[in-house]
Design a protein around this ligand. Structure first.
Ligand code: ZN
Length: 134
């Protein structure tokens, strides 16, 4: 694990959350991106070396909609930057963690990602992410 790449935060309304985080961080989002395959609209803020990723559901079937229903707004996942996602996934599996994605999946912000099930990580949804090389 190289560093915490970003922290994902589930929000009910992206526009008002963007306003809140702009006030909090003193600077606006640098990117908005929809990831249809994951049912999310994301908005990214830079905080030094790391980022905050706000997550809004694209519809009622989105994992974010289900998360909001169960837990309400708040921290959704912690994302760790890795150099080689295939290698990291193999290590996690060998350590007994449950992978939600069996193959690296395209994520927001030009990343390949894989999630680890929170039931095997002490209740925290973990995202492994690797920068995509073109
Ligand atoms: Zn994320």
């Amino acid at each position: 694990m190289n560093k915490i790449e970003h922290i994902g935060i589930a929000v009910a309304d992206l526009q008002s959350a963007e306003q809140l985080y702009t006030r909090l961080l003193g600077t606006g989002p640098y990117k908005r991106e929809t990831v249809e395959s994951q049912g999310v609209i994301t908005s990214f803020f830079k905080v030094g070396e790391t980022k905050i990723e706000l997550l809004e559901a694209t519809g009622p079937e989105s994992p974010i909609a289900k998360f909001l229903e169960k837990k309400g707004e708040g921290i959704h996942h912690v994302a760790y930057d890795v150099t080689d996602i295939g290698e990291a996934m193999a290590r996690m599996q060998a350590e007994g963690f449950t992978l939600i994605n069996q193959v690296p999946t395209p994520g927001a912000d030009n990343k390949l990602v894989c999630f680890l099930h929170p039931k095997t990580t002490g209740g925290v949804l973990i995202e492994l992410c690797q920068e995509r090389k073109e």
